[in-house]
Ligand binder design. Structure first.
Ligand code: GLN
Length: 320
């Protein structure tokens, strides 16, 4: 399939493909919902939606696409972009690396030699990234992140207080990770403020369409294709997409790169975003997770979408 065919969205092709994938996978019941954050265990496991947003502003959606859920680790992508804007690439690289770990999202592994967490897509690196967000106090920092989400989504967003407090009161592993980073001098003193901001950024409510538009904004050089608002400086897009590509799916990142071949990020509530640069953003939501904390149906849908639409970045037609 050629680029022009992919972008020929006047044809109903995209809608047909996602409708087809939705009916194909909706009976798939493998996986379990995340329950280590007690509030997340309440989610309906049958929810399922797929959305595509193209860079020319078209939306294709199927299933429970208006259902709100918490963005969780997908937030790491956008907060990394904000940290890059706040401090520039060189400084951020001194504080958070860009090496995949091959470990689980919450693994307590740190690069003690370089005094950095490995990358911004695992929890350790994400907490360090969040600690870099500029602002005069906790409220201003949170408001800056909410404004950032608004640019990507095109509407005001809100923190789900129940999920935030649920994670804040049970997030001992993330707290331990932050303390260890403090011990190694990888993060500044105020770790409780950084953890609160991290739990809040993860608890922002989005729907599947929002995910697709956020991904399409990254695909469109940082400009929201629905509102034309600039969400992030285009000079940081390649940094953001590179860490998504190599680290976004945690200990499944290599197989994902091989099979699906586009930058992506998952979250424990069941969301996945995938970015096809210069073409479109994909959002999938289904809360049943595999052992690597990636949505089971989400991974299947993206694998098949990539095959059917020829999206793999290294598919010869995509760069010839
Ligand atoms: N808030 C979650 C945590 O830190 C995010 C993890 C995820 O989505 N993979 O554990």
């Amino acid at each position: 399939m050629t680029d022009s065919q992919i972008l020929d969205t006047n044809t109903p092709q995209f809608l047909e493909v996602i409708q087809d994938l939705h009916s194909q996978y909706k009976s798939l019941q493998e996986g379990t919902v995340a329950n280590y954050i007690p509030e997340l265990a309440k989610v309906n496991p049958n929810l399922f939606s797929i959305c595509i947003a193209t860079i020319d502003g078209q939306i294709f959606e199927v299933g429970d696409y208006q259902q709100l859920f918490t963005i969780q680790s997908i937030s790491k992508v956008f907060v990394y972009g904000q940290a890059l804007e706040d401090h520039g690439r060189d400084y951020v690289l001194t504080r958070v690396g860009v090496e995949p770990t091959g470990d689980a999202f919450n693994a307590i592994v740190l690069d003690e030699k370089s005094k950095r967490p490995y990358n911004p897509m695992v929890n350790a690196g994400a907490i360090a990234t969040t600690s870099l967000i500029k602002g005069n106090g906790a409220t201003e920092k949170l408001n800056r992140l909410l404004d950032m989400y608004k640019r990507y989504i095109g509407r005001d967003v809100f923190v789900d207080i129940a999920v935030f407090t649920s994670e804040r009161s049970t997030g001992h592993r993330n707290r331990a990770t932050a303390h260890l980073m403090l011990n190694f001098g990888m993060i500044d003193q105020n770790i409780e403020e950084a953890l609160d901001l991290y739990f809040q950024q993860c608890s922002v409510l989005v729907n599947c369409k929002d995910l697709a538009v956020m991904a399409a904004t990254l695909a469109n050089k940082g400009v929201n294709p629905m509102t034309q608002e600039k969400a992030v400086d285009s000079k940081y897009i390649k940094d953001i997409l590179s860490v998504m590509y190599t680290c976004g799916m945690y200990n499944f990142a290599g197989e994902w790169a091989y099979k699906v071949g586009i930058p992506a990020k998952s979250g424990v509530c069941g969301g996945i975003i995938a970015v096809v640069p210069g073409k479109m953003g994909i959002g999938v939501f289904s809360p049943l997770l595999d052992t690597r904390a990636n949505s089971v149906r989400g991974v299947k849908v993206c694998e098949e979408l990539s095959q059917r639409l020829g999206l793999h970045l290294f598919e010869c037609g995509n760069y010839s």
